[in-house]
Ligand binder design. Structure first.
Ligand code: GDP
Length: 370
């Protein structure tokens, strides 16, 4: 077809001879590929960013770029990680100014309800709040706490809040590294309070404790005796215990639980030197006890900054972070090593058959690795 009749109606070969205008076909001018390319680049949110774009975007608290930076951190690709590390390095001078609060408790204790109420309370005071999570179960189930944002619906709608679910792949150590780095990025973006949530069912509390300034344990009254054993270890990590759901008929029971916890705390090691961990009650639903909790946190901050524990803790957290990254890297190198990959099963088999002692086996494999 010549360019002169490009826009004219014409009838293709397959149109019946006596057919009417309903078979007419109008040829529309095609799109200008170059122009589309240009416009797409101009308007696409997924345009390629360089290191400085990421850094500027985070510093300006551009939420899209903030989220993309965190995606880089969480990525398992080494090229993404390389960019993430360069971005982090540039952001480092702008980190460290927030207050980091860890929050744990059994599923159903009311952590997300508490975070929603407390987060909104802080935003009303003029603070910016970021909520992160460490959920070891998410690495297995691929689900994650905070995955469902409707759990903190009002908070997630606030422009001064930023909610990020737990990274859903990797070992607890890997997830911890990603969360620490995400925390730094949020600090650089100007968030004043970072809340790190975790489920109170195992190793993850210790991990969260090792990255925050203040650690809160949320409990409910009437948790069965079978939980007491687990609780003791977790209680010793806490700077504050809140018995949640102290409302309605439950209030009296919550007060009783508070005095039981206070008794128990009497005999336990405090989590932070120079600070006496106390139990209190609150109602995330009614917003009661929230202001008092914030006063406790402020008091804690004043005391620990005053006696040097605050910065001492952050320093030692940095060192243990470094050490845990070395351990993580060494382990990954070991299991990804070609020789180990081919020998591990054979050596395991020999141990299982009783032909080799576990000590000999580990020495053998480490020698092969080295
Ligand atoms: P999480 O699993 O620890 O995050 O717990 P959720 O925040 O999802 O709360 C579990 C259930 O307890 C939900 O049905 C909440 O509505 C309820 N809940 C949370 N906080 C309170 C509270 O202060 N009072 C009462 N009565 N119910 C609460």
């Amino acid at each position: 077809m010549s360019s002169s009749n490009k826009h004219k109606s014409y009838k293709p070969d397959w149109v019946p001879k006596n057919a009417g205008a309903e078979f007419a076909v109008k040829v529309v001018k095609g799109v200008d590929k170059e122009k589309v390319k240009h416009e797409t680049k101009k308007f696409s949110k997924r345009r390629n960013l360089d290191i400085q774009d990421y850094v500027n975007g985070v510093l300006e608290n551009d939420r899209t770029i903030l989220a993309r930076t965190i995606t880089l951190i969480e990525s398992n690709s080494s090229s993404h990680n390389e960019i993430a590390q360069k971005v982090l390095k540039k952001l480092l001078p702008n980190t460290g100014k927030s207050l980091r609060i860890g929050i744990t408790g059994f599923p159903g204790a009311g952590k997300s309800s508490f975070i929603e109420t407390f987060g909104l309370f802080l935003i009303n005071l003029g603070y910016k709040v970021a909520v992160l999570a460490i959920d070891p179960s998410s690495t297995i189930t691929k689900g994650s706490i905070l995955g469902d944002k409707t759990r903190m619906e009002k908070l997630s709608r606030e422009k001064n809040s930023f909610i990020r679910p737990s990274p859903s792949s990797g070992t607890l150590g890997g997830v911890a590294r990603k969360t620490r780095e995400t925390m730094l990025v949020c600090e650089a973006a100007g968030y004043d309070v970072i809340l790190v949530e975790t489920v109170g069912v195992g190793q993850s509390e210790t991990t969260v404790r090792s990255m925050v300034d203040f650690f809160l344990l949320i409990m409910i009254s009437g948790a069965g005796d079978e939980l007491q054993g687990i609780k003791k270890g977790v209680i010793e990590l806490a700077d504050s215990i809140l018995i949640n759901k102290a409302d309605g008929d439950n209030k009296a029971k919550a007060m009783l639980a508070k005095s039981e916890f206070s008794m128990a705390l009497h005999y336990l090691h405090p989590a932070t030197m120079g600070w006496k961990t106390q139990a209190d009650v609150c109602s995330a639903l009614k917003g009661e006890g929230i202001k008092e909790f914030w006063n406790t946190v402020q008091k804690f901050k004043d005391i620990t900054i005053g006696n040097g524990i605050f910065s001492e803790r952050r320093n030692s957290q940095n060192i243990s972070w470094m050490l845990s990254m070395i351990e993580e890297k060494l382990l990954a190198d070991f299991y990804n090593n070609k020789i180990i990959k081919s020998e591990l099963d054979k050596v395991t088999e020999r141990v299982l058959k009783g032909n080799l002692l576990p000590t000999e086996a580990s020495e053998l494999l480490l020698k092969l690795f080295n």
